[in-house]
Design a protein. Sequence first.
Lengths: 88, 203
Amino acid sequence: MIALLRFLLMGFVVLTVVYVSVSLYSRAMRRQKLRRHWDEKIGTGDRDAFVRKGLALYDRSLRRRLILGVYIIPMIVVGTIVYIVNYT
Amino acid sequence: MVYVKWTFLAVIAALVFSFLHYTLPQHDIVRITNTEVRRIDFGDNSIFWSGSAPGTAGGVANRDVHFIETFRPNDKPMVYRNEDTGWGWPPYFKVNTSNLQAMARDLISTKENPQWVVVTHYGWRNEYLSIYPNAVAVRPAEGPDEFIIPWFNIAVLFSLAVFAAWVWTLFARFKENRIEPLIDDPDSRAGAVLRRLFGGGGR
């Protein structure tokens, strides 16, 4: 039981580090893209408001939720290995 | 300096190769002659044995271990241990040791009337360290020369190669954009250190 808890805890910590890093990276990328878009295509009005609105849209987007796959995919992989090794 | 570099790289490559060779699953075709349980006192070779089975006491000095004794088609012996990996390394998450032992026992055959068996295992047999590969699965084979394509290993090694290529390009880009300008900058203190380490500004 302790071994399983330790495995889950370590997995959770490692995946959380990955999740936070990917989230920050992805949001920074989106911010950069929005700024570039404003500079190249729009060029008038409030640049900061445009970026803020774009990031608010990003926060609700499917693309952002897909980062949760960082947790889900390893769980599916571990579950599949457990099934194949022990039950087939 | 060139010898140091290549020796270093060769040692790294050998370590990576042996790590993968130990950890990835392999298939042997054997006939099983016996299964048994031995008490093992772990010593210098303890790193090559699994931890305690899930649910049992950990950190013990000795423990009973299941073994599967087999012969290969060339009549050379091969002995496997049969241990739970549980939730530790390598990540096989194997918890069905006792069931596997029962299945192996069910496949026992004689030399005159052999039942060939595919044993999936990881690990090494080494007589000088008294270490044994850990059997992960057994199934009846089609015959002594059944050909098995290691799809899982192909997939894992291919993914690793893609990952390594990705890290390599990241590093190359980092070097191009951040490190080489430093080396070329005569006023940079970090550049001076790098120049001294890697010999001059010329590349």
